[in-house]
Design a protein around this ligand. Sequence first.
Ligand code: ADP
Ligand code: MG
Length: 233
Amino acid sequence: AEEIMHRTEKLSVVGQLAAGIAHEIRNPLTAIKGFTQLLKKEDNNDYLEVMLSELERIEDIVSDLLILAKPQPSKKEQVDIGLLLDETVDLFRSEAILHNVEIFSEIELTTPFIKGESNKLKQVFINLLKNAIEAMPDGGKITVSAIRTNNEQIVVKIMDEGIGIPEERMPNLGEPFYSTKEKGTGLGLMICNRIIKNHGGTMNIESEINKGTTISVFFPAFSPPENMKKSPG
Ligand code: ADP
Ligand code: MG
């Protein structure tokens, strides 16, 4: 256990350094991308197309690293996780149609609150939904469910019918830069893990090849005082 803790600590220092570098890279990157777009407008050249697509790749990595950079503890508020899931699923409506994917919500929460940072939590579900869509190149169904258990936990599941994950690849998930995708950054699950951990939660991955993957996220439920049982805003 000590070994593991040591490794996690080291990772976060490296992560912070990488994020600092990412921040410095963003401005020149934006400039280079802008000028490349201008050049391409003047002369629709294949090389410029390649340059733009590679620049976009760097942009993806930089923006993922910047999410890792955000200072750890900030103010945690009462978050209505049911509402947050609805909002997150809505963000994917057009992308889902584009990929022939249907997203179903089965959110059954009487007291849907956890204590946390809504932007970070949203980032978790954005990453998981993105992975679910990307796992189904021919389309399919995604089910997002949420329940509150008897032992005061909120369990959110994102279930897809995608390609699945081979057993032997399971240990690699969440390692920085581990990706099986041509355009992947391999940072999504690492970011999820980190945010979930910061909320006192855990993540579990079950998968079957060509059947699909279910990601379960467990959070400690929050019971607001009687007079505050409405979500703010
Ligand atoms: P990326 O999506 O950029 O590749 P992630 O950290 O989000 O990085 O995911 C890492 C890897 O885990 C993916 O490349 C993929 O191989 C695997 N993976 C994650 N989610 C799923 C899923 N729902 N179905 C199948 N494979 C998945
Ligand atoms: Mg991903």
